[in-house]
Design a protein around this ligand. Structure first.
Ligand SMILES: C[S@@+](CC[C@H](N)C(=O)[O-])C[C@H]1O[C@@H](n2cnc3c(N)ncnc32)[C@H](O)[C@@H]1O
Length: 318
């Protein structure tokens, strides 16, 4: 009797194990976002047998990081249960780079060409590093179907040097809306760059964005990319983010990262109705981008101008 009971118990726990959600890929994603090394045992666990406790022992994180990781994984698993992460209706952008230049576009392109940094290769096509395993690349870039994009500037946006001394990126470039009105949810352009494995990314580059279904890759626009590399972060600008990154597959199955106008329900600004001509496009790089760049990682010191608030007394700190 007790044996049967134990057998049942054993059976139940085995099947529970099989049904337990896979945590490994989420942990790898979290580590990638923080540019932390993935332990070999975790990379080798291809069938996702490792459980959270085991992984946490392996990682030996500080308490605060440990809590953040657990929260992150719980959220991802919750999303999976509820049919995946929140989906937005993405507009199809295919065709944008097929269009032949009109005379007006050509003059716009000429002006942008003059400003384009000589050290950066302009491209609307991802450049895959040879160190990315062939099967990973094939999953995102089906080689026999890929359509090369024309390498011309976008007609939806333009970049220029920032001349406002109160802007936190004064003297650098920013990206602006070229359309009379870019509607919520509208695609503007793609964030393009060199694609590497997350762990091989250049940690000194300020132009790296997560890439891949599990952020296991990185896309770096430091040396190659298009105008999207000039997107600034909203912090300290006095504005909320008005664009966001979304991944999509194009009609040939290529994985691409688009810059989209925020959806009304996602925008923090009350009454948000898209972006007007000449408004700066601002995204949120995420806290981890700034934590690793701000002395001591304390963002309360770093955020000196809040959205819709005037400049604090004393103005911008030196
Ligand atoms: C991806 S680049 C953005 C384009 C950059 N402004 C340029 O001219 O190449 C990221 C860099 O822009 C600057 N930046 C962007 N947003 C900023 C912000 N809110 N505050 C301060 N600097 C910012 C920082 O120098 C950061 O390293």
């Amino acid at each position: 009797m007790s044996n049967t009971h134990n057998d049942k118990k054993r059976k139940r726990s085995r099947s529970d194990d099989q049904l337990a959600p896979a945590v490994g890929p989420h942990v790898i994603q979290w580590l990638g976002k923080r540019k932390k090394k993935v332990p070999d045992a975790l990379s080798a666990d291809k069938n996702n047998h490792m459980q959270m406790e085991q992984i946490l022992r392996l990682l030996a994180l500080k308490e605060r990081e440990r809590r953040a990781l657990v929260r992150y994984v719980e959220k991802r698993i919750d999303e999976e249960k509820n049919g995946g992460p929140k989906k937005v209706e993405l507009q199809d952008s295919d065709g944008e780079y097929d269009v032949k230049n009109s005379a007006a576009a050509a003059s716009h392109h000429h002006k942008q060409q003059e400003l384009w940094p000589t050290s950066v290769t302009f491209s609307n096509n991802y450049d895959w590093e040879s160190s990315v395993p062939a099967d990973t690349k094939e999953k995102y870039y089906p080689s026999n179907k890929i359509r090369q994009r024309a390498n011309h500037f976008s007609r939806n946006v333009y970049f220029k040097r920032i001349t406002d001394k109160d802007h936190p990126a004064y003297g650098e470039f920013g990206l602006y809306c070229a359309l009379a009105h870019a509607k919520p949810g509208q695609w503007l352009l793609d964030y393009v760059g060199r694609v590497t494995l997350g762990e091989d990314q250049n940690k000194k580059s300020d132009y790296v964005s997560d890439f891949g279904e599990h952020s296991e890759l990185a896309c770096d626009a430091n040396l190659l990319g298009n105008e999207a590399r000039f997107l600034n972060d909203f912090r300290n600008t006095g504005n909320y983010p008005n664009v966001e990154f979304n991944f999509r597959r194009d009609r040939n199955g290529e994985f691409r990262q688009g810059v989209y106008v925020k959806q009304v329900k996602e925008a923090k600004e009350k009454g948000f109705d898209g972006i007007k001509q000449d408004e700066e496009l601002l995204v949120s790089y995420g806290k981890s981008y700034w934590k690793s760049r701000v002395d001591g990682g304390d963002l309360t010191e770093f955020v000196w101008r809040l959205p819709n608030q005037p400049m604090p007394p004393g103005g911008k700190p030196n």
